[in-house]
Design a protein around this ligand. Structure first.
Ligand code: UD1
Length: 412
């Protein structure tokens, strides 16, 4: 279904952020490691549905109601994921660590997901080998075998997925795993909190050195997933591009500092309270200067496209440097057709805003899709956005949520 967006209608009102996609996906993979898991604040997203389908195919019993999910992993008896849903998502790679942790073996297709570059898994494989697990990739299938054992593991780059995978394999491994140069994204601390609620012994969760003492078994638990900082940041960018003033409930301030800082430089007023944020758009969007994507707590790559869309709605020149993924400027041709002037060289884009006008747009990845909605909200006239299935991977009814605060978006 395409989105039809009419621009220049300011947003006003309150939005509430739901549970984080990038937290719930590894948590769902980790749910095969222990007893019955009762999860609250789960987002309703296509990537969550794919992951539940993977759990069912492994033999788990899964029940869903609203934002709650119950998983009973006891009947699961398979360490193999066939292509189907596992081939659809990058995050299916989290099952590698979880299956190794439960069975000492795993077989799954090389992961799919958004096309943001080559997205290798060499760091995951190297770490597992250091933990004593044999891993081979042939014919697009990853084969892993061996009981993981605790050891010192150093990541050459703080990859989010590799950090999660090592932790998932280490919590029930024999011995102590010390993971250095670990990624520090808040979703990793959330995974660790979940595993700790199941009885795992993890120290330094959310820091660059994580120490995991393997335990023989994990029990079940009840756990509430952290709020989605990328969704909150997307709402903030939408308000700045469209104009108006919104309140966003269920946000954690430190998770949003880097984005808030960039948007303040654009002229927005942003205030945090203990449970939410208030965003007031500027009359004219200024340049944020140079914005570089970095690992947490730096500016997140998952918000780069949305910020570029905001910059395109302004009148000044700014620079975006994408340091994490190599192919994350897919929205540039779309923004150019709307009237922005953008020059790209390698990881750098120089963005000069213009009076954007609505046109036909095509989403090619999840965050880029959300960014096109943001650009369309700030543009004069009507835009038609296709490829909105990408948006549904990471946003629970983005159009409906934005409509509830005054955006003019319909479907066709
Ligand atoms: C996760 C997030 C994604 C976010 C990204 C960076 C999930 C489901 N996805 O993705 O939304 O954009 O973190 O914050 O949580 N790399 C290698 N070899 C590896 C692994 C990664 O070279 O073995 C490279 C990647 O190609 C990329 C960079 O490291 O250039 C970062 O990747 P990583 O942190 O692993 O991101 P993901 O876990 O895939």
């Amino acid at each position: 279904m395409d989105y039809i967006v009419s621009g220049k209608y300011p947003l006003n009102g309150k939005l509430r952020v739901y549970g984080a996609k990038n937290a719930v996906l590894p948590i769902l993979a980790g749910s095969i490691l222990g007893g019955v898991v009762f999860l609250k604040n789960c987002p309703r997203l296509s990537d969550v549905s794919y992951t539940l389908e993977i759990l069912r195919r492994l033999g788990c019993r899964v029940a869903e109601s609203g934002d709650e999910i119950i998983i009973n992993p006891a009947p699961a008896n398979s360490w193999r994921l066939d292509a189907g849903p596992a081939g659809e998502m990058r995050s299916s790679v989290n099952f590698l660590g979880a299956l190794i942790g439960r069975y000492g073996r795993a077989e799954l297709p090389m992961p799919g997901g958004c096309r943001l570059g080559s997205r290798p898994i060499d760091l995951h494989i190297k770490a597992f080998r250091e933990m004593g697990v044999e891993v081979d990739v042939s014919g697009g299938i990853i084969y892993a075998e061996g009981q993981p054992r605790g050891t010192d593991v150093h990541l050459d780059f703080p990859s989010v997925g590799a950090t999660e995978n090592v932790i998932l394999a280490a919590v029930t491994a024999k011995g102590i795993t010390t993971l250095s140069n670990a990624a520090r994204e808040p979703e990793i601390a959330d995974l660790c909190n979940f595993l700790s609620a199941m009885g795992a012994r993890i120290h330094g969760a959310g820091t660059a050195t994580v120490r995991i003492e393997g335990v023989p078994f994990l029990r079940g638990c009840e756990y509430s997933v952290m709020p989605d900082r990328i969704v909150a940041a997307t709402y903030m960018c939408a308000a700045v591009a469209a104009g108006g003033e919104i309140e966003i409930e269920n946000v954690i301030r430190p998770h949003l500092e880097a984005v808030a800082d960039a948007l303040r430089r654009c002229g927005a007023e942003i205030y945090f309270s203990s449970y939410g944020a208030a965003v007031r758009a500027p009359r004219v969007i200024h340049s944020p200067g140079i914005v570089r994507t970095e690992v947490y707590p730096g500016f997140p790559t998952d918000c780069q496209s949305q910020l570029m869309a905001v910059m395109a709605c302004g009148r000044e020149s700014g620079v975006v440097v994408e340091n994490i993924f190599e192919s994350r400027f897919k929205i540039v041709p779309e923004l150019r057709r709307m009237g922005a002037e953008i020059r790209c060289q390698g990881p750098t884009a120089i963005v000069r805003g213009g009076s954007l006008h609505g046109c036909e747009l095509k989403a090619e990845d999840l965050r880029g899709g959300a960014a096109l909605v943001i650009a369309a909200l700030g543009a004069e006239g009507e835009s038609r956005i296709s490829g909105t299935d990408y948006i549904a991977r990471g946003y629970q009814d983005l159009a409906g949520e934005l409509r509830s605060v005054g955006a003019r978006i319909s479907f066709q």
